[in-house]
Design a protein around this ligand. Structure first.
Ligand code: ADP
Length: 240
């Protein structure tokens, strides 16, 4: 993402934002409410175009190569998006069909992902019967079906109990070890950025900091991310 600007009428939501997510990297985008995180993700998923700036996914410009760029993208939205009346497996199959995966490949990927996310014994259960944490795991498995190279997770732990939050975060952290998948994880929770490779602090549409968590603490002359974030933005970070 390079030089992104986006206004809603007189509100400047993004003011020249440049962020890079490299292969295998876990980047946490930390910002208080109203920072511009959702706007950024809406631009990244091609929902609407920036007023200025460019977005490239594996060197494909999203403006001129939307389909190719989106094929490289996996997304877990903040709002739950499973079809609650379908089984876990049917939700995955439906998504595989949307992405045009050949049946045999879809079957193989679904098996792999059900296994990886400990969902084998829930495969024939309707999504409605699953807990919030398990639903998120299905959404995570679904987002990886088409083997994307960049995974976007939009406040993916909102509404989950602490154990489920930790579980989702740990699974993402494990997944990226040695892999090619880049992850952009948006959050307003400081405790979710401690283990990121890089933290991007977004505030009022501007990037105030970009670097490893330890550097954020150093730069803010702070003992904790929370304190550094407060010094940088004047906004009190939330750490539950
Ligand atoms: P975040 O996701 O970090 O909370 P948003 O991207 O939702 O931030 O919002 C950034 C700014 O843009 C805020 O000032 C918000 O009020 C404004 N905004 C977001 N969406 C709209 C919209 N559809 N119309 C007008 N203003 C909006």
């Amino acid at each position: 993402m390079e030089g992104l600007r986006k206004s809603y009428g007189s509100t400047l939501a993004l003011d020249g934002v440049t962020i890079e997510v490299r292969e295998g990297e876990f980047v946490a985008l930390l910002g208080p409410n109203g920072a511009g995180k959702s706007t950024l993700l809406q631009l990244l998923t091609g929902l609407f175009a920036p007023d200025e700036g460019t977005i490239r996914i594996l060197s494909q410009d999203i403006r001129s190569h939307l389909t190719g760029a989106l094929a490289q993208l996996g997304v877990v939205f903040q709002q739950p998006t499973l079809d609650l009346e379908l089984t876990v497996e049917a939700n995955l199959r439906y998504h595989a069909d949307l992405h045009g995966l050949p049946r045999s490949q879809a079957r193989r990927r679904i098996e792999e992902l059900l296994e990886r996310f400990d969902l084998i014994d829930r495969r024939r259960d309707r999504a409605r019967t699953l807990s919030g944490g398990n639903r998120r795991r299905v959404e995570l498995a679904r987002s990886l079906l088409h083997e994307p190279r960049l995974l976007l997770m939009d406040e993916a732990t909102v509404g989950l109990d602490p154990a489920s939050r930790k579980d989702i975060l740990n699974r993402i952290l494990q997944m990226k070890t040695g892999g090619e998948l880049g992850v952009l994880w948006t959050t307003h929770l400081v405790d979710e950025v401690e283990e990121a490779d890089r933290v991007v602090v977004l505030h009022r549409g501007r990037v105030l900091f970009q670097g490893p968590p330890a550097e954020l603490r150093r730069e803010g002359e702070a003992d904790t991310i929370s304190e550094a974030f407060l010094k940088l933005t004047g906004a009190r970070a939330i750490a539950i």
